[in-house]
Design a protein around this ligand. Structure first.
Ligand code: G6P
Ligand code: MG
Length: 214
């Protein structure tokens, strides 16, 4: 029985997965590192420095810690520029409805994003009040695919992990949910998210009665 639903943000509730990709792609082009949307799949859900390390794997040279910090800051600047004008119009169709359906059904909700921009973004999207808990990415020691993000949300909500479902567009996210022994719903391509318990094309494709009956 599901008692709480944990929502990823980027690529699930709004199209920022693409904005993250564009910001990384700009940086990768500047330093001459090959990078495309296929390579970007591995970065989805992964925190900023972890994503940078993945992107730099094919860079023409090595970067020391101070340089990597500067590169991460540069990417974040590009990303913040892209989300500057975000508002409720940037929610995916069905995103607000999905959150409201959870509340109406008496389920707890949490935001489980690895992004340090998540709190700002949910404010701009106008959905902040629909979450019982928002994980602070800055307090997570082991990011996705480690289960820590999800387990910390379950603990904050006071719900046993086995009674939680999570909605994720990233391979790292699905892996983290399964490691936390939660029901993993993938949003996106079933071929990319093959280990998920269920996959829907978009958040508007979620059949809430079905999730509630698990
Ligand atoms: C999410 C996105 C990742 C991003 C991470 C950190 O998990 O899916 O693509 O790298 O957040 O985001 P931040 O805004 O803190 O750089
Ligand atoms: Mg995501």
């Amino acid at each position: 029985r599901i008692e709480a639903v944990l929502f990823d943000l980027d690529g699930v509730l709004t199209d920022t997965a693409h904005a993250h990709y564009l910001a990384w792609k700009t940086l990768a082009d500047e330093i001459g590192a090959p990078f495309d949307e296929k390579a970007n799949e591995a970065l989805k859900g992964v925190d900023r420095m972890g994503s940078l390390d993945l992107m730099l794997k094919k860079a023409p040279r090595a970067y020391d810690a101070a340089e990597r910090q500067a590169l991460a800051d540069r990417k974040n600047g590009y990303y913040q520029k892209l989300i500057e004008g975000y508002g409720p119009q940037d929610l995916f169709p069905g995103a607000r409805e999905a959150l409201e359906a959870c509340k109406a059904a008496g389920l707890k909700t949490a935001l489980v994003s690895a992004s340090r921009n998540a709190a700002t973004l949910v404010q701009r999207l106008g959905i902040a009040e629909l979450f019982d808990h928002v994980v602070d990415a800055g307090t997570i020691r082991r990011g996705k695919p480690d289960p820590e993000t999800y387990l910390s949300a379950a603990a904050a909500l006071g719900i046993d992990p086995v009674h939680c479902a999570g909605i994720e567009d990233a391979q790292a996210g699905i892996a983290g949910l399964l490691a936390a022994r939660m029901y993993a719903v993938g949003v996106g391509d079933p071929a990319v998210l093959s280990s998920a318990d269920a996959v829907v094309g978009g958040i508007d494709g979620l059949r809430w009665p079905r999730i509630l009956s698990l």
